[in-house]
Design a binder for this molecule. Structure first.
Ligand code: FE
Length: 143
């Protein structure tokens, strides 16, 4: 699924295998390393990606999958925990063959080429999530 190098305590460089799904790969890495809070960023290329848009006035989610080759010009995300499991919040921007960009809240993406990530483990167990009733979002909760 991935290869990695810990270049400093709690800091990793990850190289995802071709054709793996990015979101679940990051989740698997967090489980393997027991990362309860941290950050992730990186770049790469995908053959498809699914974004989620939340309409705040209706609180309806709209998911959309783009099946085309795109460069990940930026992937940025955070790692916390919810119900004892890793909870990822990831956004990406991806460029199309005409160099225009699309992006948003990422649900999934399939590597086609490479995906190179940097993960930092904050080594802090008290960064969690709670369901906020006003926004409907899983917001940060600091114990
Ligand atoms: Fe988001």
């Amino acid at each position: 699924m991935y290869k990695y190098k810990e270049y400093a305590p709690g800091r990793y460089v990850l190289s995802l295998d071709n054709h793996v799904e990015i979101f679940s790969s990051i989740e698997a890495f967090c489980k393997e390393k027991n990362i309860l809070s941290g950050r992730v960023d990186g770049l790469g290329a995908v053959s498809e990606a699914t974004f989620r848009y939340l309409n705040p006035s209706t609180m309806q989610y709209v998911d959309k999958t783009f099946c085309e080759q795109m460069e990940i010009t930026n992937l940025t995300g955070n790692i916390s925990r919810k119900d004892g499991k890793p909870y990822l919040h990831v956004h990406i921007t991806a460029s199309r063959s005409d160099y225009s960009c699309i992006g948003g809240h990422m649900l999934s993406g399939v590597v086609n080429g490479a995906c190179e990530l940097f993960v930092e483990d904050f080594a802090c167990p008290s960064i969690g999530r709670y369901k906020d009733t006003e926004t409907g979002l899983n917001l940060y909760k600091f114990d």
